[in-house]
Write a protein that binds this ligand. Structure first.
Ligand code: MN
Length: 239
């Protein structure tokens, strides 16, 4: 039996081809899995559980069917869908999990993160992240109409595109010291995260012990899937 990890599916209007791919994956491979972990940015944008958009419907139905068939699905917030809440969880049968969280993966304690909090060289982004995660800001945002929230989300999206144009790849990647710090703080030797869209297996040393950082790719370029069982983990692209 296999435990599956994916991240950065980015379901939404910009890449409509992703939704059928994602649903096929849920109906096929994921339906035979031990568990499915979605490590953030399942949706390109999520403006609150009451703000469903038509482009989300197929994926929500597919998640419902997956969990109803008995496969547990765990969803972590990403930097785009951090407003996924209890209504979404109830509707889909998914369990929302913290970022970071440590799980027991076939006897190996494994740290799961979305990955954006490791990009500590991008000070501007971390400031923005703190604002978005502020409960008062979220309450104020959620009190607006769906139309207002969609407009605000579009505005932030354009701002983010504009700001990121001037940033180097290094600034937007994870910071090596932040990775080691997070792994050491949890005393673990295996980290799985997404966000950077740079799928890879990185060997590193944490507290003098060999450790591994597994980076999941996204679903509009690589359709990246990590399959883990008692024998280890394998990262591959479906497309
Ligand atoms: Mn992300």
């Amino acid at each position: 039996m296999t435990t599956l990890f994916i991240a950065d599916i980015h379901l939404g209007n910009e890449h409509p081809e992703i939704s059928p791919r994602f649903c096929d994956f849920l109906y096929d491979e994921a339906s035979r899995a031990t568990a499915l972990y979605i490590l953030g940015d399942l949706f390109e944008v999520w403006i609150g559980d009451d703000g469903h958009q038509p482009e989300h419907a197929a994926a929500i139905t597919a998640l419902q069917q997956l969990t109803q068939s008995g496969v547990p699905a765990y969803v972590m917030h990403g930097n785009r869908d951090f407003l996924l809440g209890s209504q979404f969880a109830t509707e889909t049968g998914c369990t929302l999990i913290d970022d970071p969280i440590v799980i027991d993966l076939y006897g190996k304690p494994t740290l799961l993160m979305h990955g954006d909090s490791l990009c500590t060289d991008d000070h501007e982004y971390l400031q923005f992240r703190a604002q978005m995660r502020n409960p008062a800001w979220q309450q104020q945002f959620l009190s607006q109409s769906v139309e207002q929230r969609l407009a605000t989300a579009r505005h932030y999206r354009e701002e983010s595109r504009r700001r990121n144009q001037g940033k180097t790849q290094e600034i937007m990647d994870v910071n090596a010291a932040a990775v080691i710090e997070a792994m050491a703080a949890h005393g673990i030797s295996q980290l799985i995260h997404g966000h950077t869209h740079r799928p890879a297996l990185h060997e590193l040393t944490v507290d003098l012990h060999p450790a591994q950082r597994i980076v999941l790719g996204d679903w509009y370029q690589q359709q990246s899937v990590l399959r883990c069982d008692a024998g280890g983990c394998q990262l591959s692209n479906l497309s």
